[in-house]
Design a protein around this ligand. Sequence first.
Ligand code: ATP
Ligand code: MG
Length: 395
Amino acid sequence: MNRVILIKYGELTTKKGNRNFFINTLYNNIKEKLQNYNVNISKDRSRMYIEFEDNELDSIKKIIDNIFGIHMYHIAYIVNTNIEDIKDNLLNIITNESFKTFKIETKRSDKTFPYSSMEVNPILGGHLLKNIKDIKVDVHNPDILVKLEIRDKNSYIYTNGYKGSGGYPIGTQAKGMLMLSGGIDSPVAGYLAMKRGIKLDAVYFEAIPHTSLDARNKVIELTKKLVKYTNNINLHIVNFTKIQEEIYKTADNTYCITIMRRMMYKIMEKLAKKNKALVIINGESIGQVASQTLTSMSVINSVTNMPVIRPVACLDKLEIIDIAKKINTYETSILPYEDCCTVFVPKHPVINPKLSECMRMEEKVDYNNLIDEAVNSVYTIKIKDEEDLKYKDLL
Ligand code: ATP
Ligand code: MG
């Protein structure tokens, strides 16, 4: 008997006017992710169906588990929409299961089918009771819940269910520029942003020779981990050395981090515009360090009008770590390579910086020129890694 992966969209169904756009985006995302598999994907307004080869099912499930916009999915048997076929096939399917009590739930989308859902349940239940010994119906707490979806040509029977990643399909929102350090917070921020349907580009600021190639590789590895949830990510590497050295030469020690982050935001805005992104995303968490007090955030943020999304702003570190472990970025994030923020970190960074002080210190250097230089010399790596994903990360 043929089986199919039956996908339920969940939250998409609330998007009335945009429904087709959401479904088509999800369809294209799934198609691209499964391009190396022998599948046939079809869709209607409430379901998507993936026909697959049995030997590829386990790998396909692992990919499906990480695609946003999928609420639930089931491995369903396909039967003809005809009561006799449904009865016979249901019996065959159910015979392989071990249970004492069962319940049947029918959903009829094909209104030309001659029986209502309420009529189908007792017909099928009666058929099972007649043919299998020692079983009973239990509508409250059954050992096995059999679901039947009656659609026009085919109907679908399933007894299992797998939770999807939820969220919205990536690409249903505009692009965002993620500030990706090698730390724990920013990959989690990127993951949460993607979950809302945002397509990501990532930006890493490095200060070679003060930071190492190992630190850069760590960020590349983190991007590869994130690409599992999307189709590709462009990672832009910014040479931040000159700017950082100028800051440490000319600014008060306590203000170095504040000014450094203001410069990062300025570069982010330019890179975002250049790459057609509408927002900046980062892993700032309120109160976590001196540069993340609300006063600091406000002084830093004042260099740009571009919205800055901070998905982990209100999470505790332990909550962020839980997500990092779940999305498999944690082990990479805790590798001990230095970051450009940590090499120069002052002993007592200012907690309540003043905007006027920042501006006074910034006047000493022609930062605009250095910023343009940094933006123009960005090195971009396109990370896609379908092969790696299929054979390394997912097995
Ligand atoms: P994380 O916050 O990701 O654990 P971190 O603690 O080193 O890393 P913070 O000092 O908390 O970083 O910086 C806050 C946010 O600023 C980071 O989450 C990240 O979004 C951004 N950021 C910091 N350093 C860099 C960098 N070198 N390149 C890109 N983004 C950075
Ligand atoms: Mg942090």
